[in-house]
Design a protein around this ligand. Structure first.
Ligand SMILES: [Zn+2]
Length: 303
């Protein structure tokens, strides 16, 4: 009972903060797709929703995530500004609607969609995202991944090796990151919200400690020259990821120690455990109070 009440409180707060900020009430006609060259043949596309990565060259277009359906044409136009190839492969870093919204369009146009098997499971059936008070209907066949993996899969395209690997229970239970080992570029999916507190989808298998573990795993793979495309936020690097990891770890540990001392969520919020970090990380769509609620709920479930 208690768990449900706490979840209800958290959901209520998240709902208020987030419902206007995630796209469903947005006017997509005003969205512009910004193209950032990360390395020759590798671009980051920023519009609305999760950051897209595109590898292009003689073997065609390999794309990571596809934002929202109304943006597909704009995304294609942006890609056409630097390559003439068509979209051959699309990776979904996880099932969330701001990363997979273009799936039906790209799938219908002949792209092969690839994702962790839990992504296909979620996209195949209606999903409720309580935090946003949303029911996401199952995608049609065209929008579903046609190739799924459980652990990892490698691509060899455009002179690059691209290692796509699953990360357990971090942002969701179906996360994947993609590492361009030759170009030294990694797309983390929503493991990383650069410069802001992250949303963690506890309802679909995500956890704060899993997210921290994921940052440590990625830090073990990269070096000072790696360019990091986050799920949300600006292009960053190892130092950005370290700062994020340290912020998550300190906040998690502060909240855990107060929980160990028997404090309630309200008491923990009053103590402002994120205060030292709010000026740097609190300006995103997850506000400090909401983030404390997410961490608290995650730690209850991790017990
Ligand atoms: Zn997400």
């Amino acid at each position: 009972m208690k768990k449900h009440r706490l979840l209800g409180t958290m959901i209520g707060m998240l709902f208020l903060v987030l419902i206007t900020s995630l796209g469903h009430t947005r006017d997509f006609s005003k969205v512009q797709i910004k193209v950032v060259e990360v390395k020759p043949g590798i671009h980051m596309l920023m519009g609305e929703g999760g950051n897209i990565c595109v590898s292009s060259g003689v073997d065609g277009v390999f794309m990571i995530d596809d934002q929202f359906a109304p943006l597909t044409e704009k995304i294609k136009t942006a890609i056409a500004s630097f390559t003439s190839g068509s979209i051959r492969f699309v990776i979904n870093t996880h099932w969330h609607f701001d990363h997979t919204g273009g799936n039906e369009n790209v799938g219908d146009a002949g792209a092969v969609i690839i994702a962790h098997e839990n992504v296909r499971k979620r996209l195949s059936t209606d999903q409720v995202l309580t935090a946003f008070n949303l029911t996401l209907p199952a995608l049609s066949k065209e929008g579903l991944p046609v190739i799924t993996f459980t652990r990892d899969v490698a691509f060899h395209l455009n002179g690059q090796r691209i290692d796509v690997f699953h990360i357990k229970r971090a942002h969701t239970d179906g996360d994947a990151a993609a590492y361009f080992t030759d170009a030294n570029v990694i797309h983390t999916g929503d493991i990383l919200f650069a410069g802001m507190y992250p949303f963690i989808d506890i309802e679909h298998g995500g956890s704060i400690s899993g997210t921290i573990d994921a940052t440590n795993r990625i830090l073990g793979m990269i070096d000072d020259n790696t360019r990091i495309i986050p799920g949300h936020g600006m292009l960053t690097d190892k130092h950005g990821l370290i700062a994020y990891r340290d912020m998550l770890t300190k906040i998690r540990d502060r909240i855990q120690s107060q929980m160990n001392a028997g404090k309630t969520l309200e008491e923990i919020k009053l103590s402002q455990p994120t205060q030292a970090f709010d000026s740097e990380w609190g300006g995103g769509f997850i506000k400090p109070d909401v983030f404390v609620g997410i961490v608290y709920q995650s730690l209850i479930q991790e017990k």
